[in-house]
Design a protein around this ligand. Structure first.
Ligand SMILES: Nc1ncnc2c1ncn2[C@@H]1O[C@H](COP(=O)(O)OP(=O)(O)O)[C@@H](O)[C@H]1O
Ligand SMILES: [Mg+2]
Length: 379
């Protein structure tokens, strides 16, 4: 597919990682280290896919293998129809944007952006033409003659992105590009970056450890832990239908409640939580047996104050956050966290208050037991 939006030509291609493995040899005679442990990933043409996971889980290593800076121990990488596993980085037509911007300090904004075209021996006239197009796309006109040191962090990151897209790469890679920016600017840049990526339709792999960022910009989020993919899915499926305990806890806040299965009927399970019966939809990730244990994920917003609710609790902590109030509430021997977005209606509860709570049972998801996902090699 060829996109000619904004007069910048890009060719959207699929990317495919197959059985990708990266093992770093031990330096002290200990075990080798599996930084990326047999991952499979498809990125469709024009999609933005995000790798999300804790520090050290293998995100950057995966990105560096796709860029060609790191050779896989085994497995293959395809960009479009081409197997690029052993192709050097400068022949892959991939561009990368880093957290540190990596701009040339002695070159102007214009020359920083033009650099990639000049070293590729693009004819002079075309260099000027293409550089101006990207400068205009990124709204950098007024800064074009400045040095990087004369720009704010956000402006430098726009130059870094401009420099990446000017070469019309087949794939754009981002390694925590917004981590150096303050919260407000990070949000703004995140939305800008997504708009430009969508407008140009460049297939992109984005790395972050920030779950909100991942949710906001991605077509697909890939949750990684210890070098393994835990779940690759749309943001909504990751949040509402997590594969396992790790995913549920990493994406958003979760109260993990231990229930006992009382009855299984069709696609529903009657489950006992805190001595009350709740009716929860079964998913195919979990094998349930009557009278067996099950782990239930309830998010803070699945709970609400309601006089007709089944659960009685006591407020142990109140945190007022303006648009909502967060509470910790003791129920039985457990403590759940809940969010109330309707505090104008309910008032603000105080520590020690007794409250009646309704659980939105239709939202609750069930998880496989720890044993089951150890068996699948995900722990
Ligand atoms: N060149 C290397 N030699 C040995 N270990 C490495 C090397 N590069 C990365 N690692 C290890 O691989 C793991 C994954 O690293 P990385 O991909 O950078 O994680 P992330 O980007 O998710 O924080 C880390 O434990 C890191 O220490
Ligand atoms: Mg990293």
């Amino acid at each position: 597919m060829t996109n000619t939006n904004s007069n910048i030509n890009t060719h959207s291609v699929d990317v495919k990682l197959t059985n990708l493995l990266k093992v770093f040899p031990s330096h002290n005679g200990g075990d080798n280290f599996y930084a990326v442990d047999d991952i499979e990933l498809d990125i469709k043409a024009g999609e933005l896919v995000t790798l999300l996971g804790p520090s050290g889980c293998g995100k950057t290593t995966t990105l560096r293998m796709l860029a060609g800076f790191e050779l896989p121990t085994s497995g293959s990488i395809h960009i479009g129809d081409e197997n690029v596993t052993n192709v050097p980085p400068n022949k892959r037509n991939v561009a990368m944007v880093f957290q540190s911007y990596a701009l040339f300090p002695h070159l102007s904004v214009f020359e920083n952006i033009a650099y990639g075209l000049r070293i590729n021996k693009v004819p002079k006239g075309d260099v000027i033409d293409r550089t101006y197009k990207v400068i205009s796309l990124m709204h950098l006109e007024e800064f074009k003659d400045r040095l990087p040191s004369q720009l704010s962090g956000g402006q430098q990151q726009r130059v870094a992105l401009a420099r990446a897209i000017v070469t019309e790469p087949k794939v754009l890679l981002f390694d925590e590009p917004l981590s150096n920016l303050d919260a407000k600017l990070r949000e703004y840049m995140r939305d800008e970056l997504r708009k430009i990526q969508q407008r140009l339709g460049i297939t992109s792999l984005y790395v972050t450890h920030d779950q909100t960022e991942a949710m906001a910009i991605s077509d697909k989020v890939v949750i990684m832990n210890h070098g393994k993919i835990q779940q690759a899915d749309s943001p909504i499926n990751i949040y509402t239908k997590p594969n396992n305990h790790f995913v549920a806890g990493f994406m958003g806040k979760a109260n993990f409640l231990h229930g006992v299965v009382k009855e299984l009927k069709n696609n529903m399970a009657m489950i006992n939580i805190f001595g009350k019966s709740v009716l929860i939809r079964i998913n195919d990730k979990v094998k349930l047996t009557e009278n067996g244990p099950v782990e239930c994920v309830t998010r803070p917003e699945f709970w609400e104050f309601s006089d007709t609710g089944k659960f009685i609790g006591q407020v142990t902590r109140t945190i007022y956050l303006g648009n909502h109030v967060e509470y910790e509430i003791a129920i039985g021997d457990d403590t759940i966290s809940m969010m109330d977005f309707e505090h104008f209606k309910h008032g603000i509860k105080q520590e020690g208050d007794q409250v009646t709570l309704h659980l939105k049972e239709e939202c609750v998801s069930l998880l496989p037991t720890r044993k089951e996902y150890i068996k699948e090699g995900l722990a």
